[in-house]
Design a protein around this ligand. Sequence first.
Ligand code: GLU
Length: 258
Amino acid sequence: MEKPSRVVVKIGSSSLTYENGKLNLRRMDRLVRVLSDLQNSGVQVVLVSSGAISVGFRKLGLPEKPHDIPGKQASAAVGQCELMYTYDKLFSEYGHAVAQVLLTRDVVENAEMNENAVNTFDTLLGLGAIPIVNENDTVSIDEIKIGDNDTLSAMVATMVRADLLVLMSDIDGLYDSDPHTNPGARLIERVERITDEIMALGGGSASAVGTGGMLTKLTAAKTVTAQGIDMVIVSAENPDILYDVLDGKPAGTRFAAQ
Ligand code: GLU
């Protein structure tokens, strides 16, 4: 297997924050260190990071994630700053420039706006910067909403013509039954084709802070593998696992490009 040269890595809210909503700095630092190292080794990296709403509502002192749109939008505006401030600080320690890219569905779906965004990605990557992408939650209303970052990361992987999309999550892959309720559930290491049986293994959202679940991950896999892009679901617990993923070693669940 050839080593991927352009990779999109997505990390979810529950993997970036503690249960009290504060940033898990040890996790972030490790992730940033590994991504910086991959970039140093010549791999172009795009990071899709969730966490804006989750970090923001806690910083605003709200007791729970707001249910209303303006509350979510305000939380995202505050949290996105904190996220980027922290990423910028950590990536700077390893000598890397980061770039914030906030997308909405209309940008992805409108040919002209899409082309502009693709050019920006290509220019940033060509200059050695690490684009950090999120949905522009602060202005996203229903009509232009993507909704979850599994879907967003599949769009981004397609836009940047990545070789590989890695979804880092609080679950370490796709199981043949629900591992939360069935202790005998087995991890599926490789999926050659996303059949109806595979799609049926996707349940609802697995965590209280994230938006996606297995179903959005499987849908993302369907999108990117059809574009010739491999996708891997791995645990975010130890970001060093990304080295194995890039080397094509067994890690989590790999969905083979079609
Ligand atoms: N864009 C949302 C945020 O940053 C996260 C969406 C998701 O968890 O998939 O809070």
